[in-house]
Ligand binder design. Structure first.
Ligand SMILES: [Zn+2]
Length: 208
């Protein structure tokens, strides 16, 4: 994964319109503000690179996310795996490049709304997911970036997590409850049924 691309795509919002090539006309400056990987000539905006045109209608901004035409774009129903980069009370943001167990290279951002975390009621994202967790989720909407994701199935949710106090990998104790083997802290998560137990754990029944 290219770290620079990773940083650039982080937090980008908008609708993926189409694949474009260097020099492709995207629009005029009256329509959009040229964003990343665009250039302006005679009042017209062109793409500087090959990639996907992402239009943020709220900010009237066009960005190109680097990519290639062979690249598969995530679609509704796909299972993705990635890392939680930020959480708020009502949503968690995920960055992923694993789609249906295949690395598609370019990282995309997804968002899990609190209502899509579990079949059970979750009041606060903090009781189910934390920054740095690795989760598996299903895509439920791809109209806009970040894509909408859900983890409300048995094999979806957190698959790896670390102690928020000391950073040790957490051990699954029971359904949706983890414990730190180093400091004893107990933390709640919405766990996938195949949560990856740390290697040293003695409760390692489902390790894979
Ligand atoms: Zn700990």
């Amino acid at each position: 994964m290219n770290r620079k691309e990773n940083e650039e795509n982080k937090g980008k919002r908008g609708k993926i319109e189409r694949f474009v090539l260097p020099g492709d006309l995207l629009g005029v400056i009256e329509e959009f503000v040229p964003g990343d990987n665009c250039y302006v000539e005679d009042g017209k905006i062109y793409s500087n690179i090959a990639g996907y045109l992402l239009v943020d209608k709220a900010k009237h901004r066009a960005n190109i996310i680097p990519g290639n035409p062979r690249q598969k774009l995530p679609k509704v129903g796909d299972k993705v795996a990635g890392i939680i980069t930020s959480t708020m009370r009502d949503s968690a943001t995920i960055e992923f490049s694993m789609v249906n167990e295949e690395n598609i290279g370019l990282p995309f951002t997804g968002l899990v709304h609190v209502s899509q975390i579990s079949k059970k009621f979750v009041e606060d994202v903090f009781a189910a997911m934390r920054r740095g967790d690795i989760i598996r989720a299903r895509i439920i909407d791809v109209k806009f970036l970040p894509f909408q994701l859900a983890t409300n199935e048995g094999d979806l949710g957190v698959i790896r997590a670390h102690c928020t106090k000391c950073g040790e990998p957490l051990v699954k104790m029971e359904r949706d409850l983890l414990e730190c083997p180093a400091c004893g802290l107990k933390e709640k998560r919405k766990l996938a049924k195949d949560y990856i137990q740390p290697r040293f754990s003695t409760k390692d029944k489902h390790h894979n």
